[in-house]
Design a protein around this ligand. Structure first.
Ligand code: GLC
Length: 602
């Protein structure tokens, strides 16, 4: 009887919740209809226009003059004051201009918070996606997204161009680290988890932000891993490998999606009506809106007006425009040309109304109409100790132990002397990688707060342990162990495309010097992808893939000294040499150095 009663109660609750949800949706649609019925063509096109901060900061009044619907800060576009308060003040200043327009439609502000709120000084920086992929932990990814969202909201920003659900199939690709995995099954789980964490239970909650799933479709599958290249596969393969992340993200409630710069069999994604409209909005029932990538529509045709016509008619709803007055293809040109296209009947009013309806629906769902300004109570929480502890845990769970000869690890905290060396042992910038303060990131003290690996080791060992250092691998003689931190220097997007993934001479020399000292060697590889490491692997006694761990280097020390046993598993297949690339789980003659899923523990 009790079981029957429980089933009835659950059914009643589900029905009630569905009724409440549909009533909420009806209320939003009424507001959207009311608003659209009052809007001029200029006001509608303004909502379809997203302008980069740098492009409009000298003409902030244009937000009101052209009814601009959204602002973004691209990787290198940021306020002079990049503290949390500086960002919050900028956001409110721009929002107040939008709120003075006739219909008071607020802007939404987009940013690439792809491993924490990474444009803000003092923010918590998490491992990049490839490290989260190694954790295989959707609950952790949800937590990472929730903290990122709360730190964003502390600065006003409520729209994140994340998660990237690329399925990276070729390590030569400069964006491999933005992908959770080569395995679509893992990408779909973690991408959905990120959306849930970012958007929360209710998108209008004060700590929730709008996710933007990217880059649709097949960005990680281009031939030779060329960024913005051509994904040459049949439709069945495209769907099998690259679509699952979008299906799960839409199910998780994602309300914005960014098309890819790349092409599918020679057709640019930003102009692919079949995939953007028929598949995404039709077959998959995506109810949110599509925002272009950075000036991506310009690539569709040398004539800007033709490019706009192709992309909007293919199903793009909002154009991301980084060019300001005096520059080619600027936001005023976009607005003027799109208006011409509508008046000439080349872009149907119905297409404009569909785009605006989608954009306004999502804006109402975010709650930005009711709470347009920064939630100032959240500003002091940016980079908080509690948030950094979550990032530290993410680092712990992301590390993959590839070699541990004679159980060298975990190390004792009471060793007489530990020698720490390598270019990335004491470098927050190398720990964070690209998309950190600036688009490409940079070595050195790129961001305030955080702990380098060297500092973390010093924090962990006993007072009787001497920690000595160098950068080039020298000086290890006589130590109990030598820890060498090497890997990649920061990069982003096409700047990271590489045909040779062997370690740099500097890194190889450092490991050789450490080896020559005769003491046991632990190599920590900080990289955005698998690299060609066999020679260095043979010279080490222990080897950990640390990926790009972010600001909380303490998580690395937790694993080195056994406060946390390594749990990470490879989210990618680790090639023996460049000739093996691309190499992915399921390939015929699959013979990697380390297979997908490999990872030792203590
Ligand atoms: C970049 C990236 C995209 C990012 C956008 C805005 O070129 O391709 O991932 O969200 O521009 O910065």
């Amino acid at each position: 009887m009790k079981k029957y009663f429980a089933i009835v109660m659950i059914f009643m609750l589900t029905v009630t919740l569905n009724i409440a949800q549909s009533q909420k949706e009806k209320a939003v649609q009424k507001k959207v209809n009311d608003l659209i019925s009052q809007m001029t063509l200029e006001e509608k096109i303004g909502q379809m226009t997203q302008v980069d901060y740098d492009a409009i900061k000298a003409n902030i009044k244009d937000i009101g003059k052209y009814f601009i619907g959204s602002i973004l800060c691209g990787g290198n576009s940021e306020p002079d004051d990049i503290t949390p308060a500086g960002w919050a003040n900028l956001y409110d200043k721009f929002q107040n201009v939008a709120l003075k327009t006739r219909l008071r439609i607020p802007i939404i502000w987009g940013i690439d918070a792809v491993h924490g709120h990474n444009n803000v000084d003092g923010a918590t920086i998490f491992p990049h996606n490839i490290g989260l992929g190694a954790s295989r932990n959707p609950k952790l990814v949800e937590q990472v997204a929730a903290v990122t969202s709360a730190e964003m909201r502390g600065t006003g920003v409520q729209w994140d161009f994340a998660p990237c659900v690329a399925v990276s199939r070729n390590e030569k690709w400069g964006r491999s680290y933005e992908s959770y995995s080569e395995n679509p099954e893992l990408v779909k789980i973690l991408g959905a988890a990120f959306v849930k964490g970012m958007q929360g239970n209710d998108l209008s909650d004060k700590t929730s932000s709008l996710a933007c799933v990217k880059h649709f479709l097949g960005d990680g599958g281009t031939t030779n891993g060329k960024d913005q290249g051509n994904t040459e596969v049949d439709e069945a393969t495209l769907r099998k490998i690259h679509l699952p992340g979008y299906i799960s993200a839409i199910k998780a409630g994602a309300k914005s999606i960014m098309p890819s710069y790349s092409s599918w069999n020679g057709v640019k994604m930003h102009g692919n009506k079949y995939l953007l409209t028929d598949v995404l909005k039709g077959e998959l029932g995506f109810k949110g809106f599509l925002v272009s990538d950075w000036a991506a529509i310009d690539q569709l045709d040398k004539d800007y007006k033709t490019a706009i016509e192709k992309s909007i008619n293919a199903g793009l709803d909002m154009a991301m425009i980084p060019n300001g007055q005096g520059q080619k293809n600027n936001y005023i040109e976009f607005i003027t040309l799109l208006k011409e296209l509508v008046n000439e009947g080349k872009v149907p009013v119905s297409r404009i109304d569909d785009a605006v309806r989608r954009i306004l629906t999502v804006k109402f769902e975010t709650g930005v109409f009711d709470n347009p300004l920064t939630e100032k109570s959240l500003t002091p929480l940016v980079g908080s100790k509690a948030n950094r502890e979550i990032a530290r845990d993410a680092v712990r769970q992301s590390l993959v132990l590839l070699k541990n000869e004679n159980n060298l690890l975990p190390l004792s905290k009471n060793l007489k002397r530990i020698h720490v060396t390598g270019k990335s042992a004491d470098d927050i910038g190398n720990q964070c990688g690209g998309w950190t303060i600036s688009w490409q990131g940079k070595s050195g003290n790129v961001i305030s707060g955080g702990t380098t690996i060297l500092q973390a080791i010093k924090n962990t060992v006993s007072n009787s342990t001497q920690v000595t250092t160098s950068k080039d691998g020298s000086g290890a003689e006589g130590a109990d162990v030598c820890i060498v931190a090497v890997g990649e220097l920061p990069y982003a997007e096409m700047i990271g495309d590489r045909q040779d993934l062997t370690l740099s001479k500097e890194d190889a020399d450092a490991i050789q010097k450490a080896k020559s000292s005769g003491v046991p060697v632990v190599v920590l590889l900080l990289s955005g992808r698998a690299m060609i490491i066999e020679p260095e692997l043979n010279k080490s006694n222990a080897f950990i893939a640390c990926w790009l761990p972010g600001t909380e280097g303490q998580g690395v020390a937790d694993v080195l000294f056994g406060d946390f046993k390594p749990v990470g598993k490879l989210p990618i297949s680790w090639p023996k040499n460049m000739n093996q690339i691309p190499i992915n789980i399921g390939d015929a003659n699959y013979d990697p150095l380390f297979p997908y899923g490999f990872g030792l523990t203590y």
